[in-house]
Design a protein around this ligand. Sequence first.
Ligand code: ARG
Length: 585
Amino acid sequence: MFEIEQRAIEEKIKRFCLEEGLPEPVLQWSWIPFSGHWGISTSFFALAAQEARQGGQVNIPERAQGIARAVADYLGRPAGFERVEAVKGYLNLYFSTPGYTQQVIDTVLEKGEDFGRGEPLNRRVMVEFSQPNTHKAFHVGHLRNVILGAAVANLLEFAGNEVIRANYIGDIGLHVIKWLWNYQKFHLGEEPGEDRIRWLGDIYAEAERRSEGSPEAEAEIRALFARWDRRDPQVVELWEKSRAWSLEGFDQVYRMLGVHFDRVYFESEVEEPGKKLVEELIARGIARDERPEGAVIVPLDEILGEKEKYRVLVVLRSDGTSLYATKDLPLAIKKFEEYNLDQSIYVIDVRQSLYLQQIFKTLELMGYDWAKNCYHLAYEIVNLPGNVTMKSRDGTVVLLEDLVREATSRALEIVRTKNPELSNEQQEMVAHAVALGAIKYSMLSRDNTKIVTFDWQSALDFNGQAAPYIQYAYVRANSILRKANQALPASQLPVYELSPVEIELVELISRFPKEVQRAAKEYRPLYLANLAYDLARVFNDFYNQCPVLQAEETVRAVRLRLVAAARQTIGNCLRLMGITAPNVM
Ligand code: ARG
């Protein structure tokens, strides 16, 4: 944001060096930690050292300070700055507070939704997330993955990457065959109603109960799997029909969550290529065929001379059926071939870490250079209140809709008491935004590798670090601007003394672009979650301490613009997290 001022200073410093017969300096700038004033700093140690090498003075720290002092004198007080000082070899330049404030606010209002967006990086990244299995319930255990994956994709895109949002749906495998088996035997002819996901999940849980420990059932299931492997038309038809039901259910979920995908992969499309690939691995001596006693394995540690590091990757079962690894290898290749990716991210829970390292290593052994650009973004599980289990096997899962319904009804109660003037329809819309926001924020405000313990109280807190509190700050900003009932005043240099809370608010706003970059680099939406909360908190302090609409004209104009800038920045944070910012609440 302050490149122009910085460049002007650099030019002057270079001119100074030229005049003094010093080598041309390479200046590295850094921000001085904020303490009520904004400033940038650079040092002259490198220059002093360079001079020393050319036979100049030997005491480098002393010489660095000498140069810093001389430069400070030479610069005087440049435009846009209020103080210049030379300290221990460093040159510190402090921006004029009103000028800085004006520039931050102007930038935000000029860029709007694009405030904080990074320059194009010319870098293409695929983020694979969600990856549900058809014929099973989509339950709250899957939630953190979708929410984190969607937020990371948004972040990377906003930071300047080209992002491809990919899904990888488990539409074949033993669980699917079990479902088909149960359906054929006990539910033939039935069709799902509105509540497809629950219906499908129930049939799956029932299949598990019925087949568990029954050798007869297991034999039938195996026979059915064999028919699938032969692509028996009757089995394929039922598979296609029931798979479509499942996919429609997922679409409902994604619509509700506001998530979309650019490319959807299916396990069924990589199964055959995977089996071929295993043959190739055996032929090339990368995999060892231990059938019929054993499976087909890639003995990674043996090949790499490691011990208990990568262990052994099983790529095909002894009966010739496929596993996750059979399919993950061709999937990875397909992704890079289709999109020529610079990076391929897998959002998968932390328990799969070893498995993914094995996959990436195997790809490397196959000679794929890009294997090093595969990245496992690991996250921890979510604990729900009341010790709800989240296994689709027992059928005791909390479905996503259950959680959202519960959250919405709780939010509705709060919204009704807080704002009885809203129409019913408005209250419901707000409640929905608050409910989804609360769920998303509680997942994103924890570090990826820490367990989330979800509880209603803190998720729906209107006064603490939670989505409703942030959404409420946004709404407050909005209502000030609405009440002002005028177009936003033109850019203003503050001519009154800015209060500490205004300065703090400007500081938080100006941090947003840097936080976007940092969060994207570390795949941590958490940083945005924290910044959004800090913005909301400081905005509320500002709201309580600084009159806006009642202030005299020049103050009012600056503050109205500050309110608009804060609203925009909070809105941008929320948008990247996938949280709706309501206009009223
Ligand atoms: N569908 C799988 C499951 O539910 C997860 C797939 C993860 N993605 C991958 N490329 N292996 O367990």
